[in-house]
Design a protein around this ligand. Structure first.
Ligand code: 3HC
Length: 311
């Protein structure tokens, strides 16, 4: 009966155990995980675009090879996460259809343009750095398939962050123009990367329940503060500056504080009115159509295999 199953679920959560696909779970738990994991997967897939646009413009073969490897990793992260979401009962096709119809969320950060090569450095260092700060705790998410997907993804993200940092370091130690290009990219990507962590805690309707279910281990503001503490040290090695003169370590609270963020801009981006929302969806639709023949061929092949084995 329901109470016995609910009690079993509550016990697993209380003892910080894993919930696996075959376990009973409250429908609301299933729903919020499908929401978060599918959006995470969409973020990885859309996240390929800003960097993919620079693969043919990379300044050297070495940089081109590294950037290609990173973009391919993002595709793989998306596929792991769609697979994890499918274990909750939603098909990949329906998640893809929602994204293409413009009905699905993905991370706000990918609706900003990558204007110069230095953006590849700022994205790797700041965006993947923020993704790591957010994803390391998710390795311990109570839902097994999600936590396990995160372990593999986090390993690859640290390569993404380091190659971004190295791009910025080379530019910052290059000509004056290169240093300016790196500083300009950091200036443009700093605030949007802080907003990746989600709205302020007081405006975060999902956080309380997600934390009660050990999906989210730390609040949006807590992770944002940790991330500021990380980059405020690393920027010194780059010899660049962060575009925020209000960064301050609050001894009393033990938190890193930062200047105000533009939550109206955040809401606009989430409403689909960011700088690149339309372009990103258009490209996703094109890619989906371009790939139709591969899906059809794979389906035809699978049908033939099934027919052969059923004879
Ligand atoms: N972009 C888009 N939507 C966002 C957002 C963002 N940065 N931050 C919050 N939102 C949305 C939430 O999805 C929620 O809307 P919904 O209820 O319709 O889903 C609403 O704003 C309120 O936010 P909450 O704080 O209540 O929502 P969550 O508890 O889900 O917290 C989150 C938001 C911290 C992003 C959480 O969903 C999360 O940790 N997701 C997994 C991490 C993730 O998606 N990372 C993407 C980073 S990009 C990436 O990984 C690629 C990298 O490899 C380059």
């Amino acid at each position: 009966d329901l109470t016995a199953e609910q009690e079993q679920f509550d016990r697993l959560i209380a003892e910080d155990s894993r919930i696996e696909p075959r376990d009973w779970m409250p429908e609301a738990y299933r729903k919020t995980l499908t929401r978060q994991i599918s959006q995470h997967a969409h973020s990885e897939i859309i996240g390929m675009q800003p960097e993919a646009n620079w693969i043919t413009r990379a300044p050297s073969l070495k940089r081109k090879a590294i950037l290609m490897a990173k973009v391919q990793d993002e595709a793989g992260h998306g596929l792991y996460l769609y697979s994890a979401a499918e274990t909750l009962g939603t098909t990949r096709d329906s998640m893809m259809a929602d994204l293409i119809a413009g009905k699905a969320r993905y991370s706000s950060i990918f609706n900003y343009p990558a204007r110069t090569w230095a953006d590849m450095g700022a994205i790797g260092w700041l965006v993947d750095g923020a993704a790591i700060a957010n994803q390391v705790p998710l390795c311990r998410a109570s839902y097994g398939p999600y936590g396990r997907a995160m372990v593999r993804i986090c390993k690859e993200e640290s390569f993404h962050q380091r190659q971004g940092f190295e791009i910025l370091l080379e530019l910052a130690n290059g000509t004056e123009a290169q240093k300016q290009m790196a500083q300009d990219a950091v200036n443009r990507w700093y605030a949007p990367s802080l907003m990746m962590f989600g709205p302020p805690d007081e405006d975060s309707p999902n956080s309380q329940q997600s934390m009660a279910w050990n999906i989210k281990r730390f609040s949006n503001d807590e992770l944002r503060s940790r991330f500021v503490g990380m980059i405020v040290e690393q920027i010194k090695t780059l010899g660049l500056t962060l575009p925020d003169d209000q960064i301050n370590y609050n001894e009393a609270t033990g938190k890193w504080e930062h200047g105000p963020l533009d939550w109206n801009e955040f809401k606009e981006v989430l409403a689909g009115r960011g700088p690149c929302n339309a372009q990103r969806l258009e490209r996703r639709r094109e890619a989906h159509d371009d790939g139709a023949w591969v899906r059809e061929a794979a389906a035809a092949y699978a049908a033939k295999q099934a027919a052969k084995h059923s004879e």
